[in-house]
Design a protein around this ligand. Structure first.
Ligand SMILES: [Zn+2]
Length: 398
């Protein structure tokens, strides 16, 4: 199986070493990233977007063409003939969509799970199902058009939602956690917009599937994936299969009790984990010292070494870790994988979770459970959505 990304497409990898080779590989990877970002782009535009000289772009595109990593065809730009570069694709495409609380991520991949195009759009606070699904459909269409492909080529669409999804009905399985989306037949609505089969699931579940197929948990059978973002959720893989539970709420660790006297959560219960480590709670603890922050500011400041922001994330890691150790006792995984925006802060969150697991004697003694940061970063969910879509259409992974 191929790991999605660009490095596998770069010719010359593993061959001769040396600074010339690594420079060429870095430039080739840069060109591939840029082509994926634009879907399709002319060589002149590539030179402009990468800052590389037209001659270098031309040489690298020739090498990538020979290696089967890109395709070129003639197009017109401002009335002149130009060579349009797109990523090479196997027959059949899949669209992966991730609806977050504040953003929408869309990728187009081929059936070999190579990401060919990708885009992210910010979403307004408390966005609603109808407008967001409209945007998702439009954006998917635009991405396909930019890469010179059409919806006809799409085998299936996968959609990740920031709420538990009942696998029996494809509806959101809990009230209060994603307002404006309840009672919407999400898969049906998107299916009608795109005229393609849509497979929907919870984001943490699909993140788990992504890391299991392509990331840190490749080849493992029992895995707990923890997604720490605006809220916390987990995807639990047992015996190589994603465990969704009877009504689709398995792994909703953001709604387990951590503070019996705490505030009421969106779900209606008191003192859920999300009321302590959800974005609002984390930002709230910094309001006096730092003023109003967005979650991305908190993450950026922590990365830059701000002690207050680092402490907030370390404490969050400890609180999340206490809950995850309970899940680890219950599921006995081979690995705990951390994902979501908060996991992107180096090892800050991971240290807290690791320490919490190390304090549970049974987890720490014989065969300690490794706690690792996922390999796919913020792409885990959307790649899991692609895998879910292709699974439902019976497309076997290469
Ligand atoms: Zn709750």
């Amino acid at each position: 199986m191929q790991v999605p990304g660009y490095s596998a497409r770069v010719p010359g990898r593993g061959a001769a070493t040396g600074s010339q080779t690594s420079l060429r590989e870095a430039n080739a990877a840069r060109i591939l990233r840029t082509v994926a970002q634009f879907g399709g782009i002319t060589q002149v535009e590539l030179a402009g977007a990468t800052g590389l000289s037209p001659a270098t772009v031309s040489t690298i595109v020739k090498q990538l063409l020979a290696a089967g990593s890109v395709e070129t065809r003639t197009t017109t730009r401002s009335g002149r003939r130009a060579s349009l570069v797109t990523l090479a694709r196997r027959t059949g495409l899949a669209v992966g969509l991730q609806v977050g609380l504040r953003s929408l991520r869309v990728v187009v991949a081929d059936v070999g799970y190579d990401v060919l195009a990708e885009t992210v759009l910010p979403l307004p606070h408390e966005h609603r199902a109808d407008t967001t699904l409209d945007r998702a459909a439009l954006l998917a269409g635009e991405l396909l058009e930019e890469m010179g492909a059409s919806l006809e080529e799409v085998v299936g669409v996968g959609l990740a939602l920031p709420a538990p999804v009942d696998p029996r009905t494809d509806r959101i399985a809990a009230r209060g956690v994603l307002r404006g989306w309840e009672d919407v037949e999400v898969a049906d609505v998107l299916q009608r917009r795109l005229d393609k089969p849509v497979a929907v699931d919870n984001d943490a579940n699909l993140g788990a599937l992504g890391e299991l197929r392509f990331g840190a948990a490749r080849g493992l059978r029992d895995v707990v994936y923890v997604r720490a973002s605006y809220g916390v959720g987990a995807g639990i893989v047992l015996g190589g299969v994603l465990h969704r539970g009877h009504g689709g709420t398995a792994g909703e660790i953001g709604h387990t009790l951590v503070d019996p006297t705490g505030p009421i959560c969106q779900c209606g219960s008191r003192g859920c984990l999300n009321t302590v480590v959800g974005a609002d709670a984390l930002i709230g603890t910094l309001r006096v010292s730092h003023g109003p922050l967005a979650l991305r500011d908190l993450i950026r400041f922590a990365d830059d070494g701000d002690p207050g922001c680092r402490q907030v994330l370390a404490d969050a890691g400890a609180t999340i870790g206490a809950v995850v150790s309970g899940v680890a006792m219950t599921a006995n995984p081979e690995m705990v994988v951390l994902g979501g925006e908060l996991a992107a802060t180096g090892d800050l969150l991971a240290v807290g979770v690791r320490d919490a697991l190390a304090r549970r004697v049974m987890l720490a003694s014989e065969d300690p459970v490794p706690v690792v940061v996922g390999e796919l970063g913020v792409r885990a969910e959307v790649l899991g959505a692609v895998a879910h879509a292709l699974d439902q259409q019976g497309v076997m992974a290469p």
